[in-house]
Design a protein around this ligand. Sequence first.
Ligand SMILES: Cc1cc2nc3c(=O)[nH]c(=O)nc-3n(C[C@H](O)[C@H](O)[C@H](O)COP(=O)(O)OP(=O)(O)OC[C@H]3O[C@@H](n4cnc5c(N)ncnc54)[C@H](O)[C@@H]3O)c2cc1C
Length: 423
Amino acid sequence: MLTANLQHLDKDYDVVVVGGGPAGMAAALGAKETGAEKVLIVDREKEAGGILLQCIHPGFGLQHFREELTGPEYAERYKQQVLDAGIHVATDTYVLDIDQDKQVKLLSGTDGVRLINTKAAVLSMGARERTRGAIRTPGHRPAGILTAGLAQKFVNLMGYLPGNKAVILGSGDIGLIMARRLTLEGVEVKGVFEIMPHANGLNRNIVQCLHDYDIPLHLSTTVVDLQGRDRLEKITVAPVDSHFQPDLSKSWDIDCDTLLLSIGLIPENELTRRLKIRLDPVTQGAVVNSQMETSKDGVFVCGNVVHIHDLVDFVSAESELTGRNAGLYVTDQQPPGDNIRLVPGENVRYCVPHTISSDRTHTVYMRASQPMEESILRLGDVYEKKLRYVVPAEMINLKVRPRFLQNFHGETLKVDILPVDNT
Ligand SMILES: Cc1cc2nc3c(=O)[nH]c(=O)nc-3n(C[C@H](O)[C@H](O)[C@H](O)COP(=O)(O)OP(=O)(O)OC[C@H]3O[C@@H](n4cnc5c(N)ncnc54)[C@H](O)[C@@H]3O)c2cc1C
C-alpha cells in the first residue's frame, strides 16, 4: 500500500522504517524476509527513492543487479519489490519523533499528527550536504552559491539552470557528476578546486566526468574570496600548503556566476540523538553491532545515516542485512551477541560495524585516512589481504569468516592498512 493519508495506516507495526531511500526499501524487504509481518516505510518526500531520484546519470547497480542503471531505475526496481511484498509506504510524511517505548510520531501536511507503535525501528534517514557555513568561505554573500546536490535537483528534476559560468569547490562525487551535467547542459565549467592533495570522489567519476570533458581539477587549491553584490561575479582561488594555509601571493581570479559546493555529507541523525543512541564521532553515525543494531534495543540503522557510502550497491547489501536482523528481533530469533570489538588502527579512519561475532561471516566496511599504493589490510594478526591501492574516497569492504576469529572471543582487534614494506 502506498499512501499519503495517515488514516490508512494501522496502529501497530512490527517494523517501522524511517526514510524510503535505497537503504530504507532494502531494510523493509529484509525484515519481511525474516518474518516481520507488518512493515511500514515512512518518507517525507512525495515518492520513495531518496537521493536516487535526482541522480539521472548511469552508474548504479553494477554490483547488485549486475547491470548499469540510472538512479531512478535502481529505485524503481526496489519500489516494485516493496509494493509486491505488501509493505506499507507512507509518503509526504515526516517522522517527528520516536520515544523510548518505540511510539512513532508522524506528521503529514494533510492529516496532522498520528502516533503508531512499533516493535522495532530502522533508521535510514540518509545524509544532507555540508553548506558554506561549515567551511567559513570568506567574501560576500551574493546569489549563485549553492550545494552541488541542490543544483542537481534544480537541473535534473525542476529544469532550472543555476547559472552560465560555474566553478566547483570540492571534488566529492556529487560535484564531479554536476561538472559533467552542467557541461552537457551548456554551462561553462571552469574547474574543480580541491583543498586536499587528493581527489575526494571515485576514480571512475574523475575519469568519466572531468577527464572526458577536459574540465581541470586543481588539487591543494581553495577559494579565498567571493565577489559580487546581488549575484556572484568573480571568485579568487589560491594554492594551499601542507597545513591548508592559502598562499595569497599565488592567487588568481576566475569570472563566474555560480559556485557549487561539494564538500561532504553529514548523516541526518537528529532522531538518533533524540533516542540518546551512542554515536561515533568519526562517522557521525550510530555505533552498531554486527546486526546493525544501535545502543538502543530494537533500533537498527543502515545506509548514509550510519556512514557515508559512495556506491548504492553497498547501501543495499548493508540495509538488507539490517532489515533481516530487525525481522529476527521481532520474531525472537536474534542470533547471539558479538564478542569481538574492532578498532581502527593505522591509516584506517573508521570500521563499521564496531563489533562482530566469532560465529558468523561479516562484511566490515572501512575507509583509509590517506591514499596509499600497494598495501596490506590487516585485522589483528588473524587476517591479511593485499590491496592494490587505497584512497579515502573509495570505501573498502572486507569479508571476515568465522574460521579466522575462533580464538579471539572477548578481544579487541585492530584494523590497519600498512605499506607493503612495513608489514
Ligand atoms: C548526488 C549523488 C550522486 C550519487 N551517485 C551515485 C552513483 O553514480 N552510483 C552509486 O552507486 N551511488 C551514487 N550515490 C550514492 C547513493 O545514491 C547513496 O549512497 C544512497 O542514495 C544512500 O541511500 P540512503 O537510503 O541511505 O539515503 P537517501 O537516498 O538520502 O534516502 C534517505 C531518505 O530518508 C528520508 N528522510 C530523512 N529523514 C526523514 C524523516 N525524519 N522522516 C521521513 N523521511 C525522512 C529522506 O527524504 C530520503 O528520502 C550518489 C549520491 C548522491 C548524493
